[in-house]
Design a binder for this molecule. Structure first.
Ligand code: HEM
Length: 451
């Protein structure tokens, strides 16, 4: 019998024109995927523009197979190549194979769950300082405010910069750079030139130069000070890290990883925080329970609220892998070159796993721990988000600083729609709230929490 030919055409999927499929994915990925699953089941095929064929999966068995698949075959780095000019050749997000593993091993110890408690003060302070500026009696979009908090946290906990003119200088350079890169004109130029040619252009060099110089100067200053061992920030730990051959990270590698941590960790965490508030203020009973438990110094419900927010409103639509060889998946032989996408929102709204899947019910996580292959806001396997503990810990510090201090109400009782902002899925009104007043609870600061 001849061997089966690898093809995605055996996988069920829409026959709509490619442009329609691409529009569905880019404009409204969550409902578009839900429609496809309703028609074709937990594994379907689609085309996003001219890219390679996509196969979207959303059952626990298939997701597990993808996350535990051979990393030499299931590549993740290539799928993010559009970020190359910004993140650079050494970014853990863009690499695959041996080089990915080297960078990941060097970064991993700095993000170990138990270490996160050291950043609790920085996180709470950043939140409290920001919340103190919110105008009482007025309407406010929280998403940009959350970004202020998460950026401040990254500058201090990751970059290790102390408050003052220097922190402001580097922060402004980095912000200007990210804003520049995220502009539609830049994206267009990138799409036309391709990441490699784009970054060699004078435009890209002018854009990247000032921030790079500031970072290299910071590394030199840090080395000269000679007190890396006494410092707690992630940059200092990375400067001390050594790989299996005893090699440290070079300046270019340090720069690329710092930029990666900033880009991967800043807007994602801010968006999750925004969604948490957006959901809570539309469920006053849940908000009241959270406030009451926090006032009593209990954190179980807070953890459940965070898990439920990340389930119902994941920040990223998909986790993708590019197949480097033919792979059998779900009874189909998929050819090398296929992009396999685990849909986070479809997995998280699977009624077999989560009864009443569209309801915001933190209670479901009080007696059920998030499952490795059924709760996947941070992806999974060897590529699982390096900053997951950092992000969860930060949410645990920032949310109490907000809901214990302020009485927040929705401006519009209707839920905010899920809107796309380049790659993140964010509240359509940027988490618009009315800051109704200050709370006068038996508010006690929370003891430092781990996990
Ligand atoms: C709520 C906040 C966050 C969400 C939802 C999130 C989500 C994700 C997802 C889905 C991936 C891809 C995982 C995969 O391919 O399996 C990822 C990768 C990554 N994230 Fe996060 N992330 C968040 C916060 C952070 C933070 C705070 C940092 C660091 C400060 C960070 C650093 C990274 C890095 C370095 C990777 C690449 C890991 C690798 O390729 O080995 N993330 N994140």
């Amino acid at each position: 019998m001849p061997a089966a030919t690898a093809t995605t055409s055996t996988v069920p999927g829409t026959r709509a024109p490619r442009a329609v499929q691409a529009f569905g994915f880019f404009a409204r990925p969550t409902p578009y995927f839900a429609k496809q699953r309703a028609r074709h089941g937990g594994m379907f095929r689609m085309h996003v523009a001219d890219e390679k064929p996509w196969v979207v999966v959303s059952t626990p068995e298939l997701v597990k197979q993808v996350f535990t698949g051979d990393p030499a075959v299931f590549h993740a780095g290539s799928a993010n190549s559009v970020l190359l000019p910004l993140l650079g050749d050494h970014s853990v997000l863009l690499l695959d194979g041996k080089e990915h593993l080297r960078q990941r091993k060097l970064l991993l110890p700095a993000f170990h769950g138990e270490r996160m408690a050291r950043y609790g003060d920085i996180m709470r302070e950043a939140a409290e300082r920001e919340v103190a500026t919110w105008p009482i009696g007025e309407d406010l979009q929280l998403a940009p405010r959350m970004q202020e908090i998460t950026l401040e946290v990254i500058m201090r906990a990751v970059f290790g910069m102390k408050e003052g003119a220097e922190l402001d200088h580097v922060r402004n350079l980095l912000l200007a750079l990210i804003e520049n890169v995220m502009r539609p004109q830049t994206f267009l130029a990138l799409a036309i030139a391709g990441p490699q040619r784009f970054r060699e252009s004078g435009w890209a060099k002018r854009m990247l130069g000032p921030a790079d110089e500031a970072l290299f100067a910071e590394f030199a200053k840090r080395r000269e000070a000679g007190n890396l061992e006494d410092r707690d920030d992630i940059l200092s730990l990375l400067m001390l890290a050594r790989d299996e051959d005893g090699r440290p990270l070079g300046d270019r590698e340090l720069r690329d990883e710092l930029m990666t941590l900033l880009v991967a960790g800043h807007e994602t965490t801010a968006t999750s925080l925004s969604w948490a508030i957006e959901r809570l203020i539309r469920h006053p009973d849940k908000l009241a329970r959270l406030q009451a438990e926090l006032d009593e110094g209990r954190e179980e419900y807070l953890t459940a609220v965070i898990h439920e927010t990340l389930r119902l409103r994941p920040v990223l639509p998909v986790v993708v892998r590019d197949l480097q060889a033919d792979v059998e998946l779900g009874g189909h032989l998929l050819p090398a070159g296929t992009r396999v996408a685990c849909s986070i929102s479809l997995m998280h709204t699977s009624p077999e796993v989560y009864p009443d899947p569209h309801a915001f019910k933190p209670e479901r996580f009080l007696d059920q721990k998030p499952g490795t292959y059924t709760w996947i806001p941070f992806g999974g396997g060897i590529r699982r988000c390096l900053g997951a503990s950092f992000a969860l810990y930060e949410m645990k510090q920032v949310l109490p600083a907000i809901v214990q201090q302020l009485d927040l109400q929705p401006v519009d009782p209707a839920s905010e729609r899920v809107a796309r902002r380049l790659i993140t899925l964010t509240p359509g009104n940027r988490a618009l709230v009315r800051v109704a007043g200050r709370r006068t609870p038996a508010a006690r600061p929370l003891a430092t929490m781990v996990g």
